[in-house]
Design a protein around this ligand. Structure first.
Ligand SMILES: Cc1ncc(COP(=O)(O)O)c(C=O)c1O
Length: 422
């Protein structure tokens, strides 16, 4: 396995090909796909417009070792669409959030990064803490312990993290104030999508904005997932503006592309000899062309609206079936994504996510696969993604499979716990 997130019992999926909303495994089974590469494929698999553009691109050079004209065009589009002054391209969410953290530390001259329990920002050392901490290690819910999410992390680095509970602004503020002169950045997924889908409660994002201002920290929205859920990302949905945004996944249409953007006063400090930003494949023509075509020709306002309609229909259908069968599950959804939490109560943070019945989720997921539907990305902490390629018939097939699975839901049980899959 090349990403621990793909590990699932009884065996991981091996795939031969995919097109539109469909995917075929090595045994030739066809699935309607609502994983969509963990949200990277809002444009669908191999969209014909993108496929043609990429064939042209490959014939005219795939990497130059110099900047390309299209990189500027795409940067302009992204800055306009996501309301940013300046932007730097990276390849993956991992290297973009790594750079955003360095930027916050460099600009403020401080060390500490405040993150939220249960949020994931890519597999790099500064932020690999308290992603899925075990109950016995995580401590006081208002003042969570900083729990390393992997072996091999330097203690000195782990100790620079501050971990706060999502949706609890008072606790967040008091934690930030303890280290007020040493908080370089506050980073969060504006909608945590590594605990399924967790709605930020009214005033929480505004509160975090105010806390960042109070302590003089750079506010970073990790929009690696959320940037693809609304046309203009989370700011369009929640009207809160951070200092720095990290974009990834959906903007590349299935090619590796990420970006860090924000205020000119911050980004303009990135110059040689001052703040390092480097990468042989940064803004490579393949990824740039993919991004440009995807965002200007496929994920247009109309395209995103279609995907959202499919997502809304799916969420409503789930809520209806769950209500009809009186199942102990809760739906949370927005934009083009959503999840069912296998819990009696609404999940609002990591501690409430711990109530999720992972064994029952696994039973549901496996039963859906057996009916030809990949219902969501792999893991009880993930969500579904609808794309421009999904149709009403795809959504109906998904809900029809769930209706059948729901009938036997009580038997779909296994003794499993949340695994630190990272
Ligand atoms: C919110 C968030 N940030 C960052 C990342 C890391 O992105 P990548 O897998 O492209 O490195 C992910 C990946 O799922 C993510 O969900």
């Amino acid at each position: 396995m090349n990403s621990n997130y793909r590990v699932v019992d009884p065996y991981p999926m091996y795939v031969r090909k995919a097109r539109g909303s469909r995917l075929w495994d090595v045994d030739g089974n066809e699935y309607v796909d609502f994983n969509m590469a963990f949200g990277a494929l809002v444009a669908g698999h191999s969209h014909p417009v993108l496929a043609k553009a990429m064939r042209d691109r490959v014939s005219n050079g795939t990497i130059f070792g110099y900047e390309s004209v299209d990189a500027g065009r795409l940067a302009d589009h992204l800055c306009q669409r996501f309301h940013m002054d300046r932007l730097k391209f990276s390849m993956t969410g991992l290297d973009a959030t790594l750079f955003a953290v360095r930027l916050a530390r460099a600009v403020t001259g401080r060390r500490r990064i405040l993150k939220f329990e249960g949020c994931y920002h890519g597999s790099h050392d500064s932020l690999m803490v308290s992603i899925k901490p075990r109950k016995e290690l995580s401590g006081d819910p208002k003042h969570p312990n900083v729990v390393p999410s992997s072996r091999g992390l330097l203690k000195e680095l782990v100790e620079t993290a501050i971990v706060a509970p999502f949706n609890d602004i008072d606790a967040t503020e008091s934690l930030a104030l303890v280290h007020r002169d040493d908080v370089a950045g506050i980073i969060l997924e504006p909608v945590p999508m590594n605990m399924g889908y967790v709605q930020p409660e009214a005033g929480f994002l505004e509160g975090v904005r105010a806390v960042a201002d109070e302590v003089g920290a750079i506010l970073i929205f990790d929009e690696v997932k959320t940037c693809g859920k609304w046309y203009g990302g989370a700011e369009e949905a929640f009207h809160v503006t951070p200092d720095v945004k990290v974009l990834g996944k959906a903007i590349g249409g299935g090619f590796p592309l990420a970006a860090v953007g924000g205020k000119a006063s911050i980004l303009d400090q990135v110059i040689p000899g001052q703040i390092s930003h480097a990468g042989t494949f940064n803004a490579n023509p393949l990824s740039i062309s993919a991004g440009l075509v995807t965002l200007t020709k496929i994920l247009t306002r109309a395209g995103v609206r279609h995907a959202q309609r499919m997502g809304n229909d799916l969420a409503k259908g789930y809520a209806d079936v769950i209500g009809d069968h009186r199942l102990p599950m809760k739906v949370q959804a927005g934009g083009i994504s959503g999840t069912i939490h296998f819990a009696r109560h609404i999940v609002r943070d990591w501690r409430s996510f711990e109530e999720v019945d992972v064994g029952r989720w696994w039973g549901y997921y496996t039963a859906m696969l057996n009916r030809g539907v990949i219902p969501m990305a792999t893991g009880a902490d993930e969500q579904w993604t609808t794309s421009v390629a999904h149709t009403h018939a795809d959504v109906a097939r998904h809900l029809d499979a769930f209706e059948k699975v729901a009938e036997g839901m009580k038997e779909k049980q296994a003794d499993m716990s949340i695994v630190e899959a990272i």
